[in-house]
Design a protein around this ligand. Sequence first.
Ligand SMILES: [Fe+2]
Ligand SMILES: [Fe+2]
Length: 320
Amino acid sequence: MSTATLAPDVDELGRARFEELIAADEKVEPTDWMPDAYRRTLIRQISQHAHSEIIGMQPEGNWITRAPSLQRKAILMAKVQDEAGHGLYLYSAAQTLGITREEMYEQLLSGTAKYSSIFNYLTPSWADMGSIGWLVDGAAICNQVPLCRASYGPYARAMIRICKEESFHQRQGFEILLALMNGTDEQRAMAQESVDRWYAPALMMFGPPDDASPNSAQSMAWNIKRFSNDELRQRFVDMIVPQAEILGVTLPDPDLRWNEERGHWDHGALDWDEFRAVLSGRGQANSIRLGKRRRAHEDGAWVRDAARAYAGRQLSEVAS
Ligand SMILES: [Fe+2]
Ligand SMILES: [Fe+2]
């Protein structure tokens, strides 16, 4: 048998095995055959997720030096460091699909790769640390818990640890807002003003409505995505309404009401023009975030050089 006839057979066996794994809801591992489109979809999704974790360090890192107490500073530092860790697990998971770390950095720094639009909003008040933890990490949890069962093994396994940490992040944000809501009138007003700014952008984190989300069906067929954007958004709204009540904050949505028939909270329309504007680079902080990341990358060149030189020396010692 010539290799020309052998190659398609290998591919066919691989495809059959891949389809079996997906049908049985089992994990696809890096050494398994997978369709190019599945690989490309995962590289795009996991690398965008990694970029979001890394860029997401900035809006909160901005407050570390101004946190109101030593304890708040320690908690915030731990939270921001967790986000760096999430970025690193996810870059490693994406690398198992055949893309290099350098390629992913290049895509982020050149602006060709996207990251979550939520991080292009500014954080002018301390209460924003509360709103980010409660609403942004809260939305991330709703999005990410189902990803612990994603069909690609390295991604699913990374998500398990990430979700445990996100759950701590959400509680710390909630606790910041709770302390403010139990404080002075000024502190309560600060918390409410911040929730007013973050509520709608947090709801938009789940992406466009289902009828405007063309790639979702394929991702669901591949067991990467388990619930639609609107289903996940609904879970989030149902989760935060009772929490807002405990906090004593008002969610800025006049159309928010309990729908007895559906057994869910209805929410008002979202401003998708704003979402698209921020996504296309016209948000409050797009250029600030990317500029800072580029400078950090340049400033870190000596660390990468030193690590490479050290690794080279270790190798030559082993060889000699
Ligand atoms: Fe994270
Ligand atoms: Fe987080």
